[in-house]
Design a protein around this ligand. Structure first.
Ligand SMILES: [Zn+2]
Length: 461
């Protein structure tokens, strides 16, 4: 189909301009101030976007849809995740594939793609978790990159869940990734410090409110410093996922100052919520790792976004139903994670743009261009460039919404933002030229999402 989006304000990282955008098939055909009648194809759907923003489709660079872990599976399966993402203006997610025990690294990615294909209704890319290496793992990582997975993830914690990677493996792995231009992303919390705190706090069991005392900001600081220094000594870039604390940001800044090419993402949870929720009603709903921190941490992270020390926002969307969440009251075993993809755009628009911390162009940087460049998807994704995928979001900046447990699309059945008022609303989402959300209706198709082979991450180019 051909679609003309008229009279909207097109927003990219660089500028906001009043222009018309023509879509032909799956691609953005042309962008002009106005099109002459003879430039337009005969069969044409015209959409009037007066007073609306026209954004590139957003990217959630950190999701866990249909994650099988710790003996259970998350509430939002691939299709559920696609639907709620589309309502939030997200047309691409970067999900994770596990390192399957006893298998070659790349087999995890193949397995994950096989699961997602036929289910996803939006496009996806992958980060690959690596939990161990052998001397010949370089070959396996090369295969992974050839498949189009150009970022890996390591965990500095979670020994019991099987995610932790031994320190002697880490430097081998770093070198292999550096030599292949693969981005290393890190879940940074120092395991020894966590173990030590866990042992110290033995009195009354481990209710949720103890989580920030077990998994401290200091543990985040230490892990970022240790692994960041290692990356620096190997002259390679490194990326920290879900930065949660002011102390963590201190580490990023210290390393940057020392010349380390360190990049970081934070999530809407660490920007908006605090550990007080862990002392309230059904605190399990707010358990995630790293844990929620204090108001001053929220503020520091907004500051990090504004000044550019944090380059992007992603959600770590990882959902469990209340039934799953309430199975335990021990912060070490409550299933960790909350919903987030659907709310990301409105939250950052409301508390970043509307509050005047940064312009709307910066929103596009944080949620679209920056993740696309960082993870080798640019300009096909994250841009409004002619000739690239017509992933488009039409957004009404004046609409108001109150997030409630009932009006969300997650299968978790609740939102950590229940009762929060936000500005702006996605009116329409297009994936490669097809309307997948219009108003309150989802019109995407299960299985129409595609795996996106990622190129070399931008910082290696
Ligand atoms: Zn995660």
């Amino acid at each position: 189909m051909n679609i003309l989006i008229k009279n909207g304000t097109l927003v990219t990282e660089k500028e906001q301009v009043r222009k018309d955008l023509l879509i032909q098939g799956e691609k953005i055909k042309a962008i002009e101030e106005t099109f002459a009648q003879e430039e337009l194809p005969p069969e044409l759907k015209v959409i009037d976007a007066s007073g609306k923003y026209v954004f590139p489709g957003f990217i959630d660079a950190h999701t866990h849809y249909q994650l099988v872990s710790r003996g259970t599976v998350t509430a939002d399966k691939f299709f559920d995740g696609s639907v709620l993402a589309a309502f939030g203006g997200v047309t691409t997610v970067i999900d994770f594939s596990d390192h399957l025990p006893g298998k070659k690294i790349v087999e995890g990615a193949h397995f994950r793609n096989d699961e997602a294909a036929g289910e996803m209704a939006i496009d996806w890319a992958l980060h690959q978790v690596v939990t161990s290496v052998q001397d010949d793992s370089s070959m396996e990582l090369k295969e992974l990159k050839d498949l189009g997975v150009s970022a890996i993830k390591i965990f500095t914690t979670y020994k019991s869940a099987g995610y932790f990677i031994e320190k002697e493996d880490v430097s081998k792995l770093f070198k292999m990734c550096r030599d292949l231009d693969i981005m290393v992303t890190i879940h940074a919390e120092d395991d020894d410090l966590i173990e030590q705190k866990t042992a110290e706090l033995t009195s009354d069991g481990y209710p949720p409110k103890l989580l920030p005392l077990v998994r401290t900001a200091e543990a985040e600081y230490k892990a970022i410093m240790d692994y960041g220094k290692l990356a620096g000594s190997l002259n390679m870039p490194v990326y920290i996922v879900h930065l949660s604390s002011s102390r963590g940001l201190d580490a990023v800044r210290e390393l940057k100052k020392a010349g380390v090419r360190i990049y970081a993402e934070t999530t809407p949870t660490y920007l908006h919520l605090t550990d007080e929720l862990l002392s309230g009603e059904m605190p399990q709903r707010f358990v995630m790792t790293p844990p929620l921190r204090k108001k001053q941490d929220n503020k520091a992270l907004w500051d990090g976004l504004t000044c550019g020390d944090i380059q992007l926002v992603a959600t770590d969307h990882c959902t469990f139903t209340l039934e799953q969440k309430l199975l335990s009251n021990d912060c070490r075993t409550i299933y960790p994670g909350v919903p987030g993809t659907e709310e990301m755009l409105q939250l950052i628009f409301t508390n970043g743009v509307k509050k005047g911390l940064f312009p709307v162009t910066k929103l596009v940087s944080l949620l679209a261009e920056s993740p696309a460049r960082m993870f080798g998807l640019y300009p096909e994704k994250g841009s409004l460039a002619e000739g690239t995928d017509a992933d488009i979001v039409i957004f009404d900046p004046d609409a108001e919404t109150i997030f409630t447990n009932e009006n969300r699309h997650t299968k978790a059945g609740y939102t950590p933002y229940n009762g929060m008022k936000v500005f702006g609303k996605v009116e329409m989402t297009l994936l490669r030229g097809r309307i997948i959300v219009e108003g309150d209706a989802f019109s995407g198709t299960r299985g129409k999402g595609r795996f996106l082979p990622a190129g070399t991450p931008g910082i290696y180019r």
